[in-house]
Design a binder for this molecule. Structure first.
Ligand code: GLA
Length: 409
């Protein structure tokens, strides 16, 4: 089992756990993700193509003898306590995700034990790399393991999505939680968000690398606009359904089929429908390209996806557009687009492997010169999904080796 644990984060987290709570914890991790293509398709029951990245959220956990969950966030240097049945706090806080997962899992496993938890994350918050799903899945995996409950990764991912939809109030799709659970080293994941089938598709990382660039800007309207986009898609689907009673979502029509009737729709609904239906075609083409290791075509489709997210879905930002425009002028780049919900956060770039280092530093310099924001640019590896890390076991087995891990999927 491969493990991309960053030893520093883990060592720091272990020290902190001992200081906060005492004793030796069990350790769970879940990765963030970038989506190569398939922007805003998951809640339209389309297909998406994310990779789990080598940046993770770690949850260190030890059972208590009561039902209390006592949680310390290393990032916020804050500790709080609650029980799964407690009422929801009125304002948004990092702990809302943890409370939401406990609330959601209590439906599956009524006798969740109490626990001390410490959270340490390498996934930058609010950057479009899905720090929240990494946190949810790592917490969920930890709590189910303590309860000695059977862990079905599909059930866990859906429970985490329910926490985010119904407890946090963000109507996200299933992509992020699935990527955190099912990530596979060296592979992108083709997820059919209707059937929930997952197929790992290898990416030859000796030929191309995935470079993630954080604009370091996130606009405040991100989550409200996200829920608005989702509602607009539902409204567009309702219009298309009038002459197609069996249509469930925009996945069930193509752009040529609705192009002429949508001229009578409000302009925003027509644009949202055009993005979703054309993006579905692009994902299908991208999958064919990836299977054939035709990276030039894959990159071109990623760039087209960005244009559609900008012009039709209207979820980009000036900083995302600058980052993408700069990337497109650099040697070795095959494609560049925003990733995640949008309105800031990260771009994902497909770059020829031999150019990856020079691309990353040229992109960082040029973006900073243009915007005065110093970006975080990282060459990522496609990584495994959530796992339990068992350092004690392994340190006995091979001194100095990477810790053993027990995977979820
Ligand atoms: C956010 C959501 C996902 C997905 C993306 C857009 O990351 O959490 O479910 O909708 O936006 O593709």
């Amino acid at each position: 089992m491969n493990l991309q644990a960053h030893p520093d984060s883990l060592a720091r987290a272990l020290d902190e756990f001992r200081r906060q709570f005492g004793g030796e914890p069990r350790i769970f991790r879940a990765p963030g993700r970038v989506n190569l293509i398939g922007g805003h398709l998951d809640y339209n029951e389309g297909w998406v193509l994310p990779i789990a990245i080598d940046r993770s959220c770690y949850v260190l956990v030890r059972r208590r003898n009561d039902r209390v969950l006592r949680v310390h966030s290393a990032h916020f240097n804050e500790t709080l306590e609650f029980c799964p049945g407690d009422s929801r706090p009125s304002s948004h806080h990092w702990s809302t995700y943890v409370r939401g997962v406990a609330w959601s899992l209590a439906r599956e496993v009524p006798a969740l034990p109490g626990a001390n938890l410490l959270i340490e994350s390498e996934v930058p918050l609010g950057s479009g790399l899905s720090s929240s799903a990494a946190l949810e899945v790592a917490v969920g995996f930890a709590l189910l393991s303590l309860a000695e409950a059977k862990i079905d990764p599909v059930v866990l991912a859906l429970a985490c999505q329910r926490a985010e939809n119904e407890y946090v109030g963000m109507r996200c799709g299933i992509m992020d939680q699935f990527a955190a659970c099912f990530g596979r080293r060296g592979c992108a994941l083709l997820i059919d968000c209707r059937t929930l089938a997952v197929e790992p598709l290898p990416i030859d990382e000796t030929r191309v690398r995935v470079v993630v660039a954080n604009t370091m800007v996130k606009h405040a309207l991100a989550s409200s606009e996200y829920n608005i986009r989702r509602r607009e898609c539902e409204e567009a689907a309702a219009r298309a359904r009038q002459s197609r009673p069996s249509l469930r979502t925009l996945r069930d029509v193509s752009w040529p089929e609705i192009e002429s009737e949508s001229r009578a729709w409000p302009e925003n609904l027509r644009r949202r429908a055009r993005h979703v239906t054309t993006e579905i075609s692009r994902v299908k083409d991208a999958v064919r390209a990836l299977r054939a290791s035709d990276f030039a075509s894959l990159g071109r489709l990623m760039s087209e996806s960005h244009e559609s997210l900008d012009a039709d879905y209207q979820v980009t930002s000036p900083e995302l557009n600058s980052m993408v425009a700069i990337a497109r002028g650099l040697p070795g780049v095959l494609g560049a687009r925003m990733t995640g919900g949008g309105f800031g956060g990260c771009t994902v770039n497909l770059v020829l492997a031999e150019h990856a280092e020079s691309f990353a530093s040229a992109l960082a310099h040029a973006y900073e010169a243009e915007t005065r924001h110093r970006p975080d640019v990282t060459i990522c590896r496609a990584s495994d999904g959530a796992c339990e890390i068992e350092p004690w076991k392994n340190s006995r087995q091979s001194a100095g080796g990477s810790p053993a891990a027990r995977s979820l999927s």
